[in-house]
Design a protein around this ligand. Structure first.
Ligand SMILES: CC(C)(COP(=O)(O)OP(=O)(O)OC[C@H]1O[C@@H](n2cnc3c(N)ncnc32)[C@H](O)[C@@H]1OP(=O)(O)O)[C@@H](O)C(=O)NCCC(=O)NCCS
Length: 179
């Protein structure tokens, strides 16, 4: 991995099978440990991923990665039919952080989720980072599950995502091992 500044145009595209090793190296480097890369692997291979995308430089290098996994509403009533996902994890190569790659990747992938008909996106992340994409801790207080607090945020992509709350949710099984 070269550590030169980002000089090229970024493309956001879906992950393909050939990207797996490069994505793993990126996620390990971003977090400085293997746990999040293992989580991505388990989510991918248990079929829980709804969307997995990478930010790619002009020369094909993968500089960023994001995955979204299925969250299951447990509510009885309107909320039960909502399509809910969880953003986790998101990674940018350390040498390329704070250049807008994470923002470009998250913005593009949220647009894609909206086009796919997803209603609500949840994230457990830094309260200073995710509100810029519209994530809101107050909205997430209407979502009952294993997470709570200011780091637990929600973004409604549809009127149903805003309106069919409160709901109770369950996350994909690999998150239980991750905690
Ligand atoms: C979080 C991450 C994906 C952001 O990607 P990025 O390309 O660096 O982000 P951008 O350049 O789009 O945005 C930079 C902004 O994010 C902020 N930011 C980055 N990581 C942050 C963190 N952990 N907490 C709070 N703010 C953070 C920066 O301070 C900067 O803020 P500013 O715009 O107000 O100056 C990247 O820093 C990363 O891979 N971090 C390590 C892994 C991680 O912690 N992932 C998130 C948890 S799932």
């Amino acid at each position: 991995m070269s550590h030169s500044p980002l000089l090229t145009e970024l493309t956001v595209r879906d992950v393909d099978a050939d990207d797996e090793a490069e994505v793993r190296d990126l996620v390990v480097a971003a977090f400085g440990q293997e746990a999040e890369a293992d989580l991505v692997y388990k989510l991918r291979h248990c079929g829980a991923l709804v969307l997995e995308q990478v930010a790619v430089a002009e020369d094909g290098r993968i500089l960023g990665h994001v995955s979204y996994s299925r969250v299951t509403p447990r509510a009885i009533g309107a909320g039960q039919s909502m399509q809910v996902t969880c953003l986790a994890p998101v990674s940018v190569w350390p040498a390329y952080q704070k250049q807008g790659i994470g923002s470009a990747l998250i913005t593009a992938s949220l647009d894609r989720l909206k086009a796919m008909g997803e209603d609500l996106v949840l994230v457990l992340g830094h309260p200073a980072y995710y509100p810029r994409f519209g994530f809101d801790a107050a909205l997430a207080r209407q979502v009952t599950g294993p997470y709570a607090g200011n780091a637990f945020m929600a973004l409604a992509l549809t009127a149903a995502g805003r309106g069919n709350l409160p709901i109770e949710v369950a996350f994909a099984t690999p998150f239980e091992e991750f905690e």
